[in-house]
Design a protein around this ligand. Structure first.
Ligand SMILES: Nc1ncnc2c1ncn2[C@@H]1O[C@H](COP(=O)(O)OP(=O)(O)OP(=O)(O)O)[C@@H](O)[C@H]1O
Length: 264
């Protein structure tokens, strides 16, 4: 298994953000994580990314319990997992080429990694990776000159360049226009599929989730509301999932394909 959560809970103070979550993601499997705001999607991704340890229960990544490993072994495990964040942590003065090169920082010794970061050897490969998210022309620009959507795509390019065995993406396209959002989700899915990597992606857009993922894991109030093949996710289930969320009802009216506009 790429990812196993067994009755995993996450608490902060008196709040239970995740409540006994159990799920597995097989090697090469792809699943979208959906649910209303505050459902626990980011919390679950942070558990899977080892940013947080479960308060109860168990998390296993690529066959290892990250919290039983020493610091060095845990770093090595993290280097096998590519993460895409909604707001990628890009230092203001860092150039895009270096931000993408940083995706492989954990894959070599410290000195080699730093040398690579200062003077990336594979600029052509990085440029090609950026081209997959339509950003090749930004190779040498500084991160603080990028728009929010461009920053997100640099974060995606970094994960693509890292080529992790498990890819975790937390709302990776929230700042993109509909065309680029669909295109970027497609690129992440196709890349993971081509490499046999596993992919777990949280998305606010139910349309994108249904259009691109064979499996939908729905969270509500820190619990799994349903975990189903996307073909079995119907309007009634979605209405119950988003009950009380006015904006979420709208997507249910139209089939996913009609909501993926061609670029103007
Ligand atoms: N450090 C924290 N301390 C206390 N509560 C927190 C903390 N982090 C998150 N929460 C709460 O936990 C709940 C789940 O948050 P989380 O960010 O995982 O939800 P989400 O499904 O990703 O939401 P969104 O779709 O709005 O990004 C929210 O109610 C949030 O306010």
């Amino acid at each position: 298994m790429s990812l196993t959560l067994a009755a995993a809970s996450l608490t902060r103070g008196k709040r239970r953000l995740l409540d006994r979550i159990s799920l597995t993601l097989a090697q090469g499997e792809q699943a979208a994580l959906i649910g209303p705001s505050g459902a626990g999607k980011s919390s679950l991704i942070s558990l899977a990314a080892t940013l947080a340890a479960p308060s109860n229960g168990y998390v296993s990544l690529l066959g290892e319990d990250p919290w039983r490993l020493g610091a060095r072994a845990r770093r090595a495990l993290r280097a096998r997992i590519a993460c895409v964040w909604q707001t990628p942590p890009l230092p203001a003065r860092q150039r895009v080429i270096h931000a993408v090169a940083a995706g492989r920082l954990g894959q070599s010794g410290t000195l080699a990694a730093l040398a690579r970061l200062v003077l990336p050897r594979d600029g052509a490969a990085i440029e090609q990776t950026l081209a997959r998210v339509e950003l090749a022309h930004k190779l040498w620009v500084r991160s603080d000159t990028l728009s929010g959507g461009e920053r997100q795509r640099v974060g995606v390019a970094r994960a693509l360049y890292q080529a992790g065995e498990l890819v975790l993406a937390d709302e990776p396209v929230s700042a993109l226009d509909p065309y680029l959002a669909a295109q970027t989700v497609r690129v992440l899915c196709e890349d993971a599929r081509a490499r046999g990597a596993s992919l777990l992606m949280s998305l606010h857009s139910v349309e994108l989730a249904l259009a691109h993922f064979p499996r939908i894991i729905a969270l509500r109030d820190g619990r799994v509301a349903f975990d189903l093949p996307s073909a079995e996710v119907d309007a009634a289930r979605l209405a119950a999932l988003y009950e009380g969320e006015q904006t979420a009802a709208a997507p249910l009216a139209s089939p996913p394909a009609t909501l993926l506009p061609a670029r103007c």
